[in-house]
Design a protein around this ligand. Structure first.
Ligand code: ATP
Ligand code: MG
Length: 392
């Protein structure tokens, strides 16, 4: 008996003519994500993909764990692949499903026949497989309405597949079907979640981080690395650009009104990020902002930051409550890293009374005290680059 993994594509199925190219992107992503586990063959048929290990002793557990983080997969499961012969199916089912059936009380069997020439009809296949399972596991009962496990037998072109319940996949779209964008990443809770949400829509991620040594510490940069490492398990590798921000912050503090400090700083972040993003083929920026969360995230404040951005700024968390954001950050395992207490450059020199209803004219006026272009150029020129995570 061979064992393989059956993968059900998510939204992919809806994408008309693009479907086959989307499927091939997903197949490539899967291949890369599993590349160090050994040789596999990937095939695609009727919105189901099969991942088949070539060698024995393939680490299926690890493969399953990694596949749960591949976007574009709606559901997946290990399955036994056997000859399309009822005798073989009846012999294999109790042996293959043993572990799953021992811990449960009720089950049902569903059969699907894409090969209509198979001598038995679906209800007959279900009945016969159900019977052998009941005989092999006398503690079990059939419950067709609310079973603990649904066993599925699929009769395909060449083979029959036997499997238990499907595992829910990460959903979304395969990474790199949605273009490329640069996430402004801090060490906080929000920006890694925003990055993950965009990757889920198929977007390839670059990341820009502003560091203000010695006011921010090496630990706070390490934190950003660790956060991106967690996101990269889903998005694939992320190019991180670390921008030296100390000089700019000091210039703003020395020359601009205190109440506008944060917003001017955010406008610099936008200008610099747009430059870096454009240079690297990104079509948009991503931030972790959410309406009303802090003074710089009111609607007028966001309009002031957007004014200096020359590409779209995506804010996937804009309408989310902190609780909702935290629940995603726990799911993707960034929360515990985010709450480590290292300072971000945003918390250096925070004004006591920031403007919550600023006007762009005020900021343009205040920025006249600075050589904006020179400061931006210098920061971009001194940006450091590295790759986080191994594979896309
Ligand atoms: P987060 O939890 O992501 O830090 P936040 O609620 O603390 O967000 P701010 O500190 O105001 O909010 O930052 C808003 C957004 O600006 C962040 O979500 C992030 O996208 C970006 N940002 C903040 N600090 C930095 C930084 N040091 N480097 C890059 N981007 C940053
Ligand atoms: Mg922050």
């Amino acid at each position: 008996m061979k064992e393989l993994i059956l993968i059900k594509n998510g939204e992919l199925a809806l994408k008309g003519l693009n479907r086959s190219s989307f499927e091939s992107v997903m197949a490539k992503n899967i291949k890369r994500r599993l590349s160090d586990l050994g040789k596999i063959e990937i095939k695609c048929q009727q919105s189901t993909m099969t991942v088949e290990p070539v060698d024995d002793n393939y680490d299926m557990e690890e493969a399953i764990k990694r596949l749960s983080m591949v976007f574009g997969i709606a559901g997946f499961q290990r399955a036994a692949a056997v000859e399309k012969d009822m005798e073989v199916i009846l012999k294999t089912a109790p042996v293959y499903l043993k572990n799953q059936m021992e811990g449960i009380k009720t089950f049902k069997v569903e059969a699907k026949r894409s090969d209509k020439k198979f001598p038995l009809k679906s209800p007959e296949i279900s009945r016969d497989v159900g019977e052998v399972l009941l005989r092999a596991f006398p503690h079990l009962k059939v419950d067709v309405h609310n079973p603990d496990v649904t066993v599925t037998v699929e009769i395909r072109d060449k083979l029959a597949f036997i499997r238990g319940d499907q595992i829910k996949g990460a959903g979304g779209m395969p990474v790199s079907t949605g273009g490329k964008a640069a996430v402004l990443i801090s060490g906080g809770i929000d920006s890694p979640v925003a990055a993950w949400m965009m990757a889920k829509r198929g977007v390839v991620l670059d990341a820009v981080h502003f560091a203000s040594p010695p006011f921010t510490s090496p630990q706070s940069e390490q934190k950003v690395h660790d956060l991106l490492g967690q996101v990269a398990r889903y998005s694939g590798s992320i190019a991180l650009y670390t921008v030296p921000f100390t000089e700019i912050q000091q210039q703003i503090r020395a020359n601009c009104p205190e109440e506008l400090f944060t917003l001017i700083m955010r406008r610099f972040m936008m200008r610099i990020s747009c430059r870096i993003a454009a240079k690297n083929g990104c079509g948009a920026l991503i931030t972790g902002e959410s309406i009303g969360q802090v003074a710089s995230q009111t609607m007028p404040a966001l309009a002031c930051t957007d004014e200096v951005a020359d590409m779209p700024v995506f804010r996937p968390l804009i309408a989310m409550d902190k609780e909702e954001i935290i629940s995603i950050s726990r799911k993707i395992e960034t929360f515990d890293i985010s709450i480590l207490p290292y300072e971000d450059c945003c918390t250096v020199f925070t004004p006591k009374h920031p403007r919550t209803r600023p006007k762009p004219e005020m900021l343009r006026e205040a920025e006249k005290a600075l050589d904006v272009e020179a400061l931006v150029n210098e920061a971009v020129d001194n940006t450091r680059y590295e790759i986080i995570g191994q594979t896309r």
